[in-house]
Write a protein of this length. Sequence first.
Length: 281
Amino acid sequence: MSNPINYSLNQLTRFGIPKAILDIAFLSRFSANYRNLGSLHDRIREEVINPRIIVDCNLLHGTEVTIPLAHCEKLSWTYYETVYRVPMELTGGRKIISPLELTAASGAVMTSDGSMSATTAGLYSSNMAAFSGMGANVSAARQMVNSVMPIPNVSNALLYLLGDNTILIKDAVIVPATMHLRLVLENDSNFNHIQPAWYRDFYDLVLVAVQAYIYNLIVIEQDSAFIASGGELNRVRDIVESYADAEQRYKEQLDFWYKCAMLNDPESSRGHYQIHSGGLY
């Protein structure tokens, strides 16, 4: 149970779908000498998990991180536009799915080795540090003055992804090097970032995806194909036809997985809870 993909493959082939049907769909139907195609797990991953599930999950949600702008490479600069390239070593070798904002506050910072470390460094923490040691009256007076002052521009969300890890920042005359980029990265290829509590939900997604693949692939196969596979024709047909609604169930499970992925990601879940409960982000 090293990652949710291995967990799902083990559950699927042992308990989820009859092995005879999996063999028909992924092995024996392609070649009489189907052992040269690789293991059943490899075939399921190549045919369903990699091209569909991983792609769809990346479209829904990835891993939210904060990267110091000072560690990024400035490619070009004009009065209102700046283009930066985020080195792959800062993202752990993963591509950026979506840039969220340019902000003075930081969250989970991606370190040079690709791991994430939590930090509370930022505008608010520095202000609070300045208030430490002051008397209650002085602090209250400072807060009263701040309440009538214009809100400082500490965030800029006009970011555009131009290419692989290349970001355009618009409408920012001056971009301080102390700023941070909040980004969403693609999921790890083995989904190692998923916590075990969500493995079962990921398996449900894999199960209906494989059922939809099987139905679309062999529902209109000739009877001789099933007979040649050595299975009982009527029983195989009944099981395959029971997967007729698997595509719709996959879409529903994908919507549910978005919630799981968001709650699995520490930064996204923190923002979600703070939006609904109040407090500083």
